[in-house]
Design a protein around this ligand. Sequence first.
Ligand SMILES: Nc1ncnc2c1ncn2[C@@H]1O[C@H](COP(=O)(O)OP(=O)(O)O)[C@@H](O)[C@H]1O
Ligand SMILES: [Mg+2]
Length: 341
Amino acid sequence: MSEPLISVVDLRVEFPASRASRDLVGRGRPVRAVDGVSLDLMPGEVLALVGESGSGKTTIAHALMRLVAPTSGQIVHHGRDITRLAGAELRALRKSFQLIFQDPYESLDPRQTVGAIVTEPLLIHGVGRSSRERAGLVREALASVGLTPADEFAGRFPHQLSGGQRQRVSIAAAMVLEPELVVADEPVSMLDVSVRAGILRLILDLRAERGFACLFITHDLSLAWVLADRIAVLYLGRVVEIGAAAEVIRAPRHPYTRALVSVVPVPRPSARREQVILEGETPSPSATPAGCRFHPRCPLRRKLGNPEICERVDPVLEPSGADHAAACHFPLEEADARQRV
Ligand SMILES: Nc1ncnc2c1ncn2[C@@H]1O[C@H](COP(=O)(O)OP(=O)(O)O)[C@@H](O)[C@H]1O
Ligand SMILES: [Mg+2]
């Protein structure tokens, strides 16, 4: 196997305690938004990062993009630690990593035309020898995301565009620099349902054409299943399971993944499995449970008669299969995983 494009090693990002916190339990304690995440992203692959709201997805994306500083851990790019890169080296990195934001209404400058928005990254990174050459690159980028006639779109302002068209503009602005990595942070969750499929198809087509790796962030496991080569499942700032998408869906090892998978609509009714409804709420990331962070809600632990190890020992990701790993003291066997928790 080739070497990873990116290795994230025991990444932690803490935010200072917020006095405005809704959660009485964690008030006054730092928010452990990302709490020991390790994962590899291979060149050209689509890795879906799946987790419920507040599980740390955006913070991981921002740490990768170097928009927030990690508290500890490493981000390694082609074998080089980039966690504390600065100056010209950081600028070069920013050129090859591009972020597609969740909200195309907030991420585009309303005072700039579409042409100016897509030209800006070229100017920042000194790409193109003349304004004419840059205009050509911008036209090409707009055409590649389906905004044609490109010259006409280049003259418009964001408020003259639909949500889907705006998201196409942000994708064009990401593509114009020919990135090696595209981080797409819930790129369709703010869009009208009717235009979502088109935007997802566009991202996949561009990926197939250009070969960039994609970290695709979503709270929707079924979407991850359709789009990704591999899936990483996040719970309270930690990857609890990672593996080939089909494997994670077909035979989840972690009881949390198992519960998520159980409510994914399946195409064949005969394959319908018992739904696992988790009890309780996800705890606050400023009051992460000791031991296994999932133990207070774990149906398997209850079934096993509350093994003490779950309350005391924080499980690490252990391989189970060729491209599959889970952080659970009692990972589900294949036969079990298909049937029940
Ligand atoms: N700048 C910040 N300051 C304080 N807390 C933050 C900040 N950004 C995110 N958080 C908290 O960190 C946790 C993870 O947030 P986030 O990464 O946005 O999750 P997700 O994208 O999965 O919804 C949440 O509890 C959130 O409230
Ligand atoms: Mg988010």
